[in-house]
Write a protein that binds this ligand. Structure first.
Ligand SMILES: [Zn+2]
Length: 107
C-alpha cells in the first residue's frame, strides 16, 4: 500500500507542509500548529491568573507557609508570584496552585 500520490484534505498542516498548499484553511491549520508549538516551548503562563487565585486563597484563610507546603513549592516562589515581580509562572506550578479550590462565598 503506497502513500505516494495521496493528498491530505485542505485545512491540515500536512497538506500545507507536504503538498505546499497555501489556501486559507491550510494556512490556518499551519498557524494553529505553530502557535501550539511556541506555547509548548515556553511552558509558562502569565502570572496574573495565578496571583489572583493566590490572593483569593490567602483571603480564604490559607497561610503562605501552609499553602506552600500544600502545593509543594517554596514559600519564596509563591511570594514572587504575589509580588508581581514574576511576570510568567511555569505552567505546572500554575496548574498546581490553581488546583487548590477556593471557597466560593457569595458576598
Ligand atoms: Zn489547502
Amino acid at each position: 500500500m503506497s502513500r505516494a500520490g495521496q493528498v491530505q484534505p485542505h485545512g491540515t498542516r500536512t497538506r500545507y507542509a507536504l503538498n505546499g498548499c497555501r489556501c486559507t484553511s491550510c494556512r490556518a491549520a499551519h498557524a494553529a500548529y505553530e502557535r501550539d508549538r511556541k506555547a509548548g516551548v515556553r511552558l509558562s503562563v502569565p502570572s496574573g491568573t495565578v496571583r489572583a487565585h493566590l490572593e483569593q486563597l490567602l483571603t480564604d484563610g490559607w497561610g503562605l507557609t501552609e499553602l506552600a507546603a500544600h502545593v509543594g513549592y517554596d514559600r519564596s516562589t509563591l511570594r514572587h508570584i504575589l509580588s508581581g515581580r514574576r511576570q510568567w509562572t511555569a505552567s505546572l506550578t500554575a496548574e498546581d496552585i490553581l488546583s487548590v479550590p477556593v471557597s466560593e462565598v457569595a458576598a
